[in-house]
Design a protein around this ligand. Structure first.
Ligand code: ADP
Length: 379
């Protein structure tokens, strides 16, 4: 980590009024870095207090995220917002200088969505997309209006997992209609680009692609929007934190020790972005053999212990199940819940538990942030 790499990291932070990132806007007037201490000075002339506070948080979050990605210890970040004018004084696009000052936070792009939940993982292949799909389908089966967005813009898997292959993309004006499948409104970049072309995005392009998918999909009214994030800790999560108001995040992990280390990094990333972690899911936790016995192939319980260690809720364990994998590949997730066979029962029960624990954690989070009044549900 050095001054130059910090400058690159700061290109992810949008200037609140100039329609460019803070570096391009000429607002970063000093970067110093020594032995884990970073000091950034940003020219904030003309910004009102809410913008200054937001800028300070975002600059600090971008530097911390950069340190995390570079795997370097960061002792402190000092951000100073001065009264100096940035070099680029007039906006690149957007409001004219005489326009009224913008709101403190960018307006909520999804005012008709009650809860936005991100599903993340420290690394690929742990079943993050599988869990995101099944959470969405499970919530919809309980009567909620649910959207599912493929935020994994580098490797979208929803076209396959939801069986969107032959479906036509419908565009009305500037808005794209989500695909209504398995009771869920879904959107993925995988249906908007050539599915076999590698999706290579630089930071600002990834930012734009994610923002467009969120803002230009006609979600309508939703109780839950589940977002399947790319694996690891990176640009898309930072964009998401800037653009959306999240209820919280779910982190998916497999039981092994090595997987936990990655998951802890994902947890820390959400916490640094001020996103509440609603809980941990242990996927591929155990295997049920033909003899009906449960085998702990990867060391069942590892993720649960990690959750305890971090003081986070444990949402549940999902077994390894061949039919689950087959239904992911054929795009038919509902069978995970409806197949009443003995073989499927442990899977169905584990998914139902997961969904109901998530509902509970979302209700608690909403109470903590004053988003909801308590309701009593009698089943
Ligand atoms: P990620 O999103 O973390 O990269 P995926 O959800 O794409 O992971 O899952 C990777 C592969 O593992 C997929 O083929 C999926 O069907 C399979 N898989 C995920 N969870 C399970 C499970 N519990 N049992 C069996 N196969 C699983």
């Amino acid at each position: 980590m050095d001054k130059d790499s910090i400058r690159v990291a700061l290109t992810r932070v949008p200037h609140p009024t100039l329609g460019a990132d803070v570096v391009t806007a000429g607002a970063v007037s000093k970067i110093a870095y020594c032995d884990g201490y970073a000091s950034i000075r940003v020219a904030g002339g003309g910004l009102h207090d809410d913008h200054r506070r937001g800028l300070m948080q975002q600059v600090s979050a971008a530097v911390r995220l950069h340190a995390q990605q570079a795997m370097e210890a960061l002792a402190d970040v000092h951000v100073e917002i001065t009264e100096d004018e940035p070099e680029l004084k007039s906006p690149v696009k957007g409001p004219s200088p005489s326009a009224p000052v913008q709101q403190a936070k960018p307006p909520n792009p999804l005012p008709n969505v009650r809860h936005v939940i991100a599903v993340g993982a420290g690394k690929g292949g742990v079943g993050k997309s599988t869990i995101a799909v099944n959470l969405a389908v499970g919530l919809a089966r309980r009567g909620h209006a649910v959207g599912l967005m493929d935020g994994d813009i580098y490797g979208p898997s929803l076209p396959t997992m939801l069986g969107l292959g032959a479906m036509e993309t419908i565009v009305r004006g500037k808005m794209i209609e989500p695909f209504f499948v398995h009771g869920v409104k879904a959107m993925t970049i995988g249906k908007l680009v050539d599915s076999e072309r590698p999706l290579i995005w630089r930071g600002p392009m990834a930012h734009g692609a994610f923002k467009q998918l969120v803002e230009q999909t006609n979600w309508g009214e939703l109780d839950y929007l589940v977002i399947d994030l790319p694996p690891g800790t990176g640009d898309v999560a930072l964009t998401m934190a800037q653009v959306l108001r999240l209820t919280g995040a779910v982190v998916v992990c497999t039981p092994q020790r090595v997987a936990q280390d990655d998951a802890v990094r994902a947890v820390r990333m959400f916490q640094q972005l001020s996103i509440e972690v609603l809980g941990i899911v242990e996927n591929m936790s155990y295997f049920v053999g033909d003899d009906g016995r449960e085998y702990d192939l990867f060391g069942r319980g590892g993720a649960q212990m990690m959750a305890q260690r971090l003081g986070l809720p444990f949402l549940g364990a999902v077994p390894i199940n061949m039919a689950l994998r087959e239904r992911s590949d054929s795009g038919e997730p509902v069978g995970n819940f409806t197949d009443g066979s003995d073989r499927n029962r442990p899977l169905a029960e584990s998914l139902e538990r997961l969904v109901s624990n998530l509902e509970g954690q979302v209700a608690l989070a909403a109470l903590r942030t004053g988003q909801a009044t308590p309701t009593l549900t009698i089943r």
